[in-house]
Ligand binder design. Structure first.
Ligand SMILES: [Zn+2]
Length: 355
């Protein structure tokens, strides 16, 4: 999607891009500035909603990596803001309380976002494009963990009606829907029977099926059952870093072959074994390079996991997004490739699943 820029700026951009191999830092910065003005950009996962809702609540991860002014500074137009619900007891009471808590946090966050300057909630590709053209940032509501659904299929449409357009099937523990990649126990052997109907219901409604956190068997089942492409909103590459949250090469290929997306996460534990101060934007770019090699540029993007463990040296928060663009430009990514990576892929994906 192109936002009207003067012909002059477009020519300047082309000149800068063609000059990239000069590797001039100032030129790269200018090219990145122009790129982010011109193209739609989205981050498919952050855990910022709970942080904004409950600023007094601490936690083990860095918080405050995403604010709307910082999004503007970083040239990021949109993000999937997930309401994260940690896995609790799988009892009726547990499920009711998870549902109430997810709903409460979602309503509170949407109310907050709705009161911010030049910020709108977006549900479709058209919304996202319109907001970019109008100079508004977009919030796409998501749910991280299907736990609040419990065993009640009707709750998927209930959350859809509240605005949710993506659901991560599970978090680190198995739930009623499926087995999780970080749970040592293979309980359902992938998707449960209920999980199969969850996938079908999400297909029917046009909710993005997020397979990040899913076990290898779950991902296999989802790809088989889903009539629509699926997305891993925040995952790394297993062959670079053997972490159970990361995707094997055949998983990356399978997601891409079905028209889905692999969105590289920026949490350092998913990227590298190196100490914190040595994990940089280059490590993120290494994972992106590998995913692109397997899946093709049309199937790879970014899901920072900011405020949920994401962030490395050079990409500490959302105001620094252009540093990744600059690193990818240095590696020879073209304007077309960057436009696919940063947003066009996701817009196409949304159109496909909501069609
Ligand atoms: Zn996560």
């Amino acid at each position: 999607m192109k936002v009207n820029l003067s012909i002059l700026t477009t020519i300047l951009f082309s000149l800068l891009i063609s000059n990239l191999y000069a590797q001039n830092e100032r030129e790269l910065t200018e090219a990145a500035e122009l790129f982010h003005k011109k193209y739609f950009t989205i981050d498919t996962h952050n855990d910022t909603a709970l942080h904004l809702n409950n600023p007094e609540r601490g936690g083990s991860v860095i918080k405050g990596q995403v604010t709307f002014p910082m999004m503007r500074e970083g040239g990021l137009d949109a993000a999937l803001f997930a309401i994260f619900i940690g896995q609790g007891p799988r009892t009726d009471e547990g499920h009711i309380s998870a549902k109430e808590s997810a709903e409460g946090e979602l309503v509170k966050f949407l109310d907050y976002a709705g009161r911010q300057e030049r910020v709108r909630i977006a549900h479709t590709a058209d919304d996202l494009i319109k907001n970019k053209v109008d100079g508004y940032l977009s919030v796409v509501p998501a749910l991280e963990n299907g736990y609040p659904i419990g065993k009640d299929l009707t709750l998927i449409e209930y959350f859809y009606n509240l605005g949710v357009r993506a659901i991560t099937l599970c978090h680190n523990k198995n739930n009623e829907i499926c087995d999780a990649s970080m749970d040592g126990v293979s309980e359902h052997g992938g998707l449960s029977e209920f999980g199969v109907s969850v996938v079908k219901e999400m297909n029917r409604l046009g909710i993005a099926i997020d397979v990040s956190h899913a076990s290898v068997e779950t991902l296999k089942d989802v790809i088989e059952v889903s009539s629509k492409p699926v997305i891993a909103t925040h995952s790394g590459v297993w062959s670079i870093k053997n972490h159970n949250r990361n995707l094997r090469d055949d998983e990356i290929a399978a997601i891409a072959q079905r028209g889905g997306l692999i969105q590289i996460a920026t949490g350092r534990f998913f990227l590298s074994d190196k100490p914190r101060e040595q994990v940089t934007v280059k490590d993120i770019a290494d994972h992106i390079d590998h995913a692109v090699k397997i899946a093709g540029i049309e199937h790879v993007g970014l899901g920072t996991d900011f405020d949920g463990g994401g962030g490395v040296v050079g990409l500490e928060n959302v105001s620094k997004m252009k540093s990744l663009t600059i690193e990818l430009m240095r590696r020879g990514y073209s304007e077309y490739q960057l436009s696919r990576f940063w947003g066009e892929n996701f817009l196409d994906f949304l159109r496909k699943i909501q069609n």
